[in-house]
Design a protein around this ligand. Sequence first.
Ligand SMILES: [Zn+2]
Length: 281
Amino acid sequence: MKKFVLLFVLFILLLAVLGLSFYFSIQTQEEPDSSLSSGQSLPSSSQAPPSSSSSSQPEEPSSSPSSQSQSSVLSSSQGASSSSSGSAQNGVDYMMLVNVDHPLPADYTISTQEAANGLLMETTAAQALQRMFAAAQADGIRLMCVSGYRTVQRQTELFNAKVQEYLNLGYSQEGARTEAAKLVQIPGSSEHNSGLAADIVYEGYWNDYDDLYEDFENSSAFAWLDEHAHEYGFILRYPKDKTDITGISYEPWHYRYVGSPEQALEIKNSGLCLEEYVASR
Ligand SMILES: [Zn+2]
């Protein structure tokens, strides 16, 4: 019986020790927490130390490396644009292939600005087109842009309208889509959706023609573009002898910005269309 009492006392003592240590551990843990969470009810003097220490801790170590990396990114991108050797700037890959096999994603977005005649293009491409138009004008050629950036959504509307025309003629859904795709490019697969392409003719073209015809290649405007477009980073995208590869009929009016005059010249000199050129790299 004495043994039992002794064990009981020891047990109580053990509980007391455990309880005390638990109490003190709670106390030490709680102190910084309570000063932060219930800081509003405390006088402002006790509020200041935790708030200043908590605000300086994340800011100081993170701000200096991030500002360093930002400036290094800036300087490296400035270097790339000044040498104009990189094909990817402003998050845009100016050498990207856009066609039926390589459609743009539905959420494709770019920064745009007016290129000419109220039409938009991707910002860098738009500025290059403006330089080209100014140079042409200095040579007595008045170019006119008749198609620029077209959103994927607009392309979808045009395509669906064309599909509907064929459905109304009694075509099946499959047949209507096949026929529509011959005249209107499938949404996302038109270069105009990329903001990097422009259809260019001359001022007064609509007095001579009611649509875009191959006959444009006989104009002095085409002769000028054929000779100078690459100097502004543009290539003739759908050449006459490459229709079986591009899948697009010859379009002497359709020009594509590829990022730099050097790049455009290299593609022009290669004699390859963009599909072939990209595959050859
Ligand atoms: Zn076009």
